[in-house]
Write a protein that binds this ligand. Structure first.
Ligand SMILES: Cc1cc2nc3c(=O)[nH]c(=O)nc-3n(C[C@H](O)[C@H](O)[C@H](O)COP(=O)(O)OP(=O)(O)OC[C@H]3O[C@@H](n4cnc5c(N)ncnc54)[C@H](O)[C@@H]3O)c2cc1C
Length: 395
């Protein structure tokens, strides 16, 4: 297979979003001498449909590869509001988040990967051939390890795992002028009619807010996705003024993570959306993209150093499971529970009563949390005891 290759690289990364750029960084920090090729079908900067919410966990991972400063010139957001109908809680989060347009964030990560030594090339990957030992990308680029970071409709994933059914959501995003109700906040309003669904407005801190709406697709959504009109009508209904004053609309699918995360043995690794790593409760995926990316880069570097690039898949699977498996099982459980509007209401009430419950829900939604006894107890209390009119609603 390598004999047919026009070029041979240590690591070929397909897709240069947060997962791909982090893969390159993870590999090059582990071994600055590696030859890393970073491929993307788009030139950077490029836009990506997203809420632009950067959880603090993202920066923890980026700090490990020395690039956490990419958000430094964007104002942090401290407050989060969760609401469904008349129920509402608004509190300070334990750690601040950022809202940075992906056009900026992704391009900065790519720049840093290139500064670390990666070679960036615009190229739409057409195939990954894994039959002959060393994988061959687009029929001519050999990589001792190849990483699929090519997003929600990943070609690399289909190549190594085949067509697998996976729960998916669909969401649309735009930008609208920041209103007083949203200033300094991330606002999430759960749908009343269509469930599970929510609309969001996240203040970027520069006079604009990222606004959008997403909902879970039925398992048999082959019959078609909701129309753009319907998504925008839902957004306007939940956050009045956002769709009518917004623009730059972009929709996209979200492949939601399930109870168990899988990665095959061998030299082809999957990261980020291509690995189906999106929080099924919130739709957050950037943390999982950078965490699985850095892990894959390290696994590639160490396996190549050992002279056994084919071990990279098993190493990556072990490392990602160690980091995320327990959390992913808890988010999966939380997402199943929140399939019931009554449970969402109970969660909002419990979070309004107890800062710890609020903090735990935020953690589960962003990347590190687990359902603990106090959260479970708060939910049960809220479910069995109807709210009193004077019940506290957070700050
Ligand atoms: C509307 C919406 C809102 C969201 N909001 C948030 C949020 O607020 N916070 C959060 O954490 N997450 C959010 N997410 C999820 C988040 O956007 C993704 O999890 C994240 O982008 C995953 O990063 P990635 O690098 O895996 O994939 P991507 O960012 O999709 O990058 C994949 C890259 O691969 C390239 N590519 C694809 N195919 C090929 C090919 N054949 N050849 C070469 N290149 C290719 C693409 O051009 C792209 O640059 C949201 C998602 C949506 C849809």
């Amino acid at each position: 297979m390598t004999a047919q290759a026009e070029e041979t690289w240590d690591l070929v990364v397909v897709g240069a979003g947060p997962a791909g750029a982090s893969t390159a960084l993870g590999a090059l920090v582990a071994d600055p001498g590696l030859r890393v090729l970073l491929l993307d079908r788009s030139d950077f900067p490029r836009d990506k449909s997203c809420g632009d919410g950067i959880a603090p966990h993202v920066l923890d991972v980026l700090a490990e590869v020395g690039v956490a400063d990419v958000v430094d010139d964007w104002a942090p957001v401290r407050h989060l509001e969760l609401a469904r109908g008349d129920l509402r809680v608004a509190r300070a989060m334990r750690r601040e988040a950022h809202v940075v347009p992906r056009e900026v964030f992704d391009a900065r990560l790519v720049e840093r990967a290139v500064a670390a030594g990666a070679v960036l090339r615009r190229h739409r990957v057409a195939s990954v051939d894994t039959d002959g030992g060393t994988p061959l990308v687009s029929g001519r680029l050999a990589g001792r390890v190849v990483v699929g970071a090519d997003g929600a409709h990943s070609l690399v994933r289909r190549t190594v795992l085949g067509e697998r059914r996976q729960r998916r959501a669909i969401a649309i995003r735009g930008y609208a002028p920041t209103t007083e109700a949203v200033r300094g906040r991330q606002v999430i309003r759960y749908g009343l009619g269509r469930h599970p669904s929510y609309a969001w407005a996240f203040d970027r801190g520069d006079g604009w807010a990222n606004v959008g709406y997403g909902e879970l697709l039925a398992q048999d959504h082959d019959g078609g996705s909701p129309s753009r009109r319907l998504l925008l009508d839902q957004l306007e209904g939940l956050i009045p003024g956002s769709a009518s004053t917004g623009g730059q609309w972009r929709g996209h699918h979200l492949p939601l993570s399930s109870w168990r995360w899988d990665q095959p043995d061998g030299p082809v690794l999957l990261v980020g959306d291509a690995a189906g790593l999106i929080n099924p409760m919130t739709g957050e995926g950037i943390y999982y993209a950078v965490a699985s990316g850095v892990s894959a880069g390290r696994a590639a570097a160490h396996s190549i150093a050992d002279g056994r690039p084919g071990d990279a898949g098993a190493r990556h699977r072990r490392d990602v499971r160690r980091l995320l498996a327990r959390h992913l099982r808890h988010t999966w459980t939380a997402s199943r529970l929140s399939g019931s509007p009554r449970v969402v209401d109970a969660g909002i009430r419990a979070a309004a009563r107890d800062q710890h419950v609020f903090d735990t829900l935020v953690e589960i939604g962003l990347g590190g949390g687990r359902i603990d006894a106090r959260l479970a107890g708060g939910l049960v209390r809220s479910l069995i005891r109807p709210p009193r009119p004077t019940e506290p609603r957070g700050s």
